[in-house]
Design a protein around this ligand. Structure first.
Ligand SMILES: *[C@@H]1O[C@H](CO)[C@@H](O)[C@H](O)[C@H]1NC(C)=O
Ligand SMILES: *[C@@H]1O[C@H](CO)[C@@H](O)[C@H](O)[C@H]1NC(C)=O
Ligand SMILES: *[C@@H]1O[C@H](CO)[C@@H](O)[C@H](O)[C@H]1NC(C)=O
Ligand SMILES: *[C@@H]1O[C@H](CO)[C@@H](O)[C@H](O)[C@H]1NC(C)=O
Ligand SMILES: *[C@@H]1O[C@H](CO)[C@@H](O)[C@H](O)[C@H]1NC(C)=O
Ligand SMILES: *[C@@H]1O[C@H](CO)[C@@H](O)[C@H](O)[C@H]1NC(C)=O
Ligand SMILES: *[C@@H]1O[C@H](CO)[C@@H](O)[C@H](O)[C@H]1NC(C)=O
Ligand SMILES: *[C@@H]1O[C@H](CO)[C@@H](O)[C@H](O)[C@H]1NC(C)=O
Ligand SMILES: *[C@@H]1O[C@H](CO)[C@@H](O)[C@H](O)[C@H]1NC(C)=O
Ligand SMILES: *[C@@H]1O[C@H](CO)[C@@H](O)[C@H](O)[C@H]1NC(C)=O
Ligand SMILES: *[C@@H]1O[C@H](CO)[C@@H](O)[C@H](O)[C@H]1NC(C)=O
Ligand SMILES: *[C@@H]1O[C@H](CO)[C@@H](O)[C@H](O)[C@H]1NC(C)=O
Length: 560
């Protein structure tokens, strides 16, 4: 093969910089899923972790590397891991969502994920894709450019992963099970976290906080990840602007901002210039963005600090930061509209110009009958009025081995009935059930308009598509207007991502090329909405060419 094979990469942090200098093609990782007691917010409880770490280990790779991760399950839950944003070209078996591309790794079992990182560089993350385990089972993926290829921005002095998350004092599986039994919304989290730490909170002495020690006059690359379950977040650093350079492992035209908006499932790389001549301690914070006031949120702000070396270590001297309030739609829009693909000669934006499949999907909440629930009904969520029901065998296996009766491929291209999606909701807000997929020929082009509905509450939905990056060509408030809205599309340098927020009471249009055969999940990345059924999958047929078909399944693929 003529290439290095590194195992295991999880050596002391001290050796990592050395390893990253080696041009390597195969990287071996071992992920042992184990329970560990953790204390946050004065509460100690066992949580599910990879290798005992929370957040989990950082997975480093270079563009073009083959990554092998052997996951061994030592806990009493079924587990799968998703490599969020990794395109998995022809390797859907390694994508990870339970019952979509694989059966779970059962207690005591192992499975080796095997994928190659192609045409991507930047920050992504891995997380569990079953139950609500991703709350603590997650970590960063850092994809470096090919050896010798520079960043399209000045080389930073140092790089830091900043993982935003949520913490519940109680057992998170109990939280969602309680909600499903009652039919109500689950309890919101007790704190947000930055690299696992909430920072000082009322009623609880600090158990540590995120602290970034910096030299003055330098540039730091912050790789920011929203690994929270249910909250879109604002993030900022006191008295420092941030230069955004990349989102979802795709470069963007750099722009400066004091606050970023980041949805669960999204990643954002920013440059932080330590230009405060006088030094000091500057607060870093993350807080919720949700502009639907009737939906409960965790309103705790996670805090940490950027600490200039040589400054006295006293909380009292920290410069405070004030983030926008939770309903600051304008602030959020300003940020979202500043995002444009870099679209340079080296990194062109290949926005599909001609469209083969034009789709309109409503996304939103609703109810379903539930005789044992509190009011005889439970909260549900759907796409085109179908609340997706997970099968008991994986869809990709059913597709590959032609197993009938697992799914149908008749997912509707438009809502079954047209109505005023963002107006007064109809009296019947019951959603239908189904395991229905939308079939796409290999290499066809898709335009998908995601339209929020006003059932129960109009709400922002960060929709994540597996297997592809897409271009976000347009968005707006109210109902999508197929006559006039497309005239305003950006078909030149639209931002390229894998997760996009559908605005509360509005719509978002995305375009992508179905050049990856397999079965690809699409769902709201607010975990509560996924649980309630806001999910579906695309089935992309094999092409006729030699490298246009799904590879055969690996021999250790778990069975159901
Ligand atoms: C976690 O702590 C509890 C007591 O709080 C203890 O009973 C349990 O054995 C500990 N578990 C582990 C894995 O250390
Ligand atoms: C990983 O998958 C590739 C095919 O994509 C295969 O050639 C290779 O042998 C696999 N590696 C292992 C260790 O199974
Ligand atoms: C959810 O919150 C309610 C009200 O605070 C509490 O009684 C209940 O125990 C919580 N559920 C879980 C699983 O923590
Ligand atoms: C059940 O009905 C009561 C009274 O109408 C209402 O206050 C409550 O929110 C309902 N609960 C659910 C889960 O819909
Ligand atoms: C941040 O950018 C704004 C607008 O460009 C500017 O007014 C402000 O001075 C900058 N702040 C810092 C700390 O550089
Ligand atoms: C935050 O939420 C808690 C519980 O939901 C509530 O008691 C508290 O008043 C809220 N704080 C603010 C500032 O809204
Ligand atoms: C945000 O909510 C507060 C009160 O909760 C309200 O006073 C304010 O007008 C709202 N702002 C916007 C932009 O809606
Ligand atoms: C859909 O299935 C769920 C169980 O998964 C059931 O509770 C509900 O009643 C069904 N809804 C409809 C509309 O049939
Ligand atoms: C849809 O409902 C909204 C809100 O009530 C209203 O402003 C709008 O005019 C309605 N649109 C149509 C086409 O009826
Ligand atoms: C959704 O499906 C249910 C069950 O078939 C039906 O009663 C309802 O009218 C449909 N609603 C919409 C908006 O299509
Ligand atoms: C997909 O179609 C485009 C446009 O026709 C073509 O340029 C490209 O080579 C095709 N890709 C593959 C993998 O066949
Ligand atoms: C794990 O998954 C298998 C296969 O779907 C299923 O039969 C089993 O009940 C699950 N086990 C647990 C503990 O959920």
């Amino acid at each position: 093969m003529g290439c290095f094979s590194l195992r295991p990469l999880l050596l002391l942090a001290f050796f990592l910089p050395l390893l990253l200098l080696v041009e390597c093609r195969v990287r071996h990782y071992k992920f042992n899923v184990v329970r560990r007691n953790y204390t946050r917010l004065c509460h100690s409880k066992p949580i599910v972790t990879v290798n005992g770490l929370f957040p989990g280990p950082i997975l480093y790779a270079r563009e073009d590397d083959n990554v092998l991760v052997k996951v061994t399950n030592h806990v009493n839950y079924n587990v799968t891991i998703h490599w969020h944003g990794v395109r998995q070209l022809r390797t859907g078996w390694s994508d990870g969502p339970a019952y979509i591309t694989q059966c779970p790794i059962r207690p005591g079992q192992s499975y080796t994920y095997n994928f190659t990182v192609t045409g991507q560089r930047g920050t992504l993350f891995w997380h569990a894709h079953i139950l609500w385990l991703r709350v603590t089972l997650h970590g960063a993926i850092v994809i470096l450019p090919k050896l010798g290829v520079p960043y399209p921005f000045p080389k930073p002095h140092d790089e830091v992963v900043v993982l935003l998350g949520e913490w519940w004092n109680s057992d998170v599986e109990a939280v969602i099970n309680e909600a499903l039994a009652s039919g109500r919304a689950p309890n919101v989290s007790d704190a947000h976290t930055i690299n696992g730490y909430p920072g000082p909170m009322p009623g609880c002495p600090s158990k540590g906080e995120f602290k970034l020690e910096v030299d003055p006059g330098k540039t730091y690359l912050l790789r920011i990840i929203n690994a929270a379950l249910n909250e879109e977040l604002f993030f900022g650093v006191s008295q420092h602007n941030l230069t955004v350079v990349e989102v979802d492992a795709a470069y963007v035209k750099p722009f400066s901002t004091n606050t970023i908006v980041i949805s669960p499932g999204q990643t954002t790389n920013v440059l932080l210039h330590t230009n405060q001549g006088g030094g000091g301690r500057f607060m870093v914070a993350a807080s919720t963005f949700l502009d639907t006031m009737i939906v409960a949120v965790d309103n705790a702000t996670a805090t940490g600090v950027v600490h200039y070396k040589g400054t006295t270590d006293s909380v009292a001297t920290t410069f405070q930061v004030s983030l926008p309030s939770r309903n600051s739609t304008n602030e959020a829009n300003k940020f979202i509209e500043s995002l444009h693909s870099l679209n340079s000669k080296e990194y062109p934006a290949a926005v599909p110009q001609r469209i083969d499949h034009s789709l309109l999907f409503t996304v939103g909440l609703g109810i379903q009958p539930c005789p044992t629930c509190m009011n005889g009904s439970r909260a549900a969520a759907s796409i085109n009025n179908i609340s997706f029901v997970l099968p008991t065998t994986a869809l990709l296996q059913a597709h590959y081995f032609n197993v009938s009766g697992v799914f149908t491929d008749d997912f509707p291209a438009k809502p079954p009935v047209a109505f005023n999606y963002t107006g007064t909701p109809p009296t019947n807000i019951v959603a239908a059930n189904g395991t229905r997929l939308y079939r796409l020929p290999f290499n066809s082009t898709v335009e998908l308009v995601l339209q929020d509905t006003s059932f129960i509450a109009p709400e922002s939905h960060p929709v994540h598509l597996h297997g592809f990056n897409f271009f976000a060509v347009g968005h707006g408030i109210g109902n999508f207007d197929p006559k006039n809205d497309p005239k305003k599309y950006n078909l030149v340098d639209a931002v390229e991502r894998n997760t996009i927020g559908v605005p509360s009471g509005g719509w978002t249009a995305i375009r992508f090329r179905a050049d990856n055969p397999g079965v690809w999940f699409m769902h709201c990345h607010l975990e509560v909405h996924t649980t309630w059924g806001l999910k579906m999958a695309f089935i992309v047929d094999d092409g006729k060419g030699p490298n246009q078909s799904l590879l055969p399944p690996p021999s250790d693929l778990p069975t159901c």
